[in-house]
Ligand binder design. Structure first.
Ligand code: C5P
Length: 247
């Protein structure tokens, strides 16, 4: 089914991966995207270099922020980490489902700790990474040691995350249908591995175009290099929005 989206709806589904080495480079791209209504995703590269300050700057510009730090540690540490993240006022963050239910529940407790203590005005959405979109079946079976298909592993993690009380998962757009069937329509899917037709794959293995992802029911499209590594990021975002608003 081809979904017809308004420009506002399409922009609100896009999370631009600001994978840049420092605040200056990130803000250069962000300033070009100001006012479009898209989210920005702050991952390890940028956060480890520019920390809380860049989050504050991006919030000041008005972006919704997905902090993509993929926590994976013992429950007590994750609980404390989640509390610190909630205090920063981001809108979404993530943990690895491979950490298990107790760890994922601890992330939710950390968020509650921050809200109850009045340190966070609202609770960020917490989602779980299932399998990285760079993971192929060969890597899953031969290196990580998980048997079966990538989709089976992803759906098992998604169900675990849902039972732990998380609001959604990160997965490939190719797995959205199976996740929604197992966890319900309201369970959020955030999907990297998006490549407009003709764009370089880079290290991504399980990809679709933006249009295919939206038609497959994904809630949020994470798009990094096809926007931020382009000479004109605003124009790159524009052409993706155009593709999504044409039915
Ligand atoms: O440049 P590209 O569009 O491949 O960027 C995808 C972004 O999504 C990167 O920031 C990457 O860290 C992130 N991501 C991913 N796969 C996951 C979780 C996050 O590619 N499972």
């Amino acid at each position: 089914m081809t979904l017809s989206l308004t420009r506002k709806e399409a922009a609100a589904k896009i999370m631009v991966g600001l994978d840049k080495p420092d605040a200056e480079a990130a803000l250069q791209v962000a300033s070009r995207l100001e006012g479009t209504g898209c989210w920005v995703k702050v991952g390890m590269e940028l956060f480890y270099a520019a920390g809380h300050e860049i989050v504050r700057e991006l919030k000041k510009i008005g972006f919704k922020i997905f902090l993509d730090l993929k926590m994976h540690d013992i429950p007590n540490t994750v609980r404390g980490g989640a509390r610190s993240i909630a205090r920063m006022g981001v809108d979404m963050f993530n943990v690895h489902a491979a950490g298990g239910s107790a760890m994922m529940q601890a992330a939710m407790q950390g968020v509650n700790d921050a809200v109850e203590a009045g340190e966070a005005q609202s609770a960020p959405l917490v989602i779980a990474v299932t399998q990285l979109t760079s993971t192929s079946r060969e890597t899953l079976n031969g290196e990580i040691g998980i048997a079966g298909s990538v989709e089976e592993a992803v759906v098992r993690y998604a169900v675990l995350a849902k039972h732990a009380g998380l609001q959604g998962v990160v997965a490939s757009p190719l797995e959205v249908e199976a996740i929604k069937a197992a966890c319900g329509e309201g369970f959020l899917t955030v999907t990297p591995g998006i490549r407009p037709a003709g764009a370089a794959l880079g290290d991504q293995a399980r990809v679709t175009t933006p249009r295919e992802a939206v038609d497959g029911g994904t809630d949020y499209l994470v798009i990094g290099r096809p926007i931020v590594a382009e000479p004109d990021p605003a124009q790159a975002l524009e052409s993706i929005l155009k593709e999504l608003t044409e039915s």
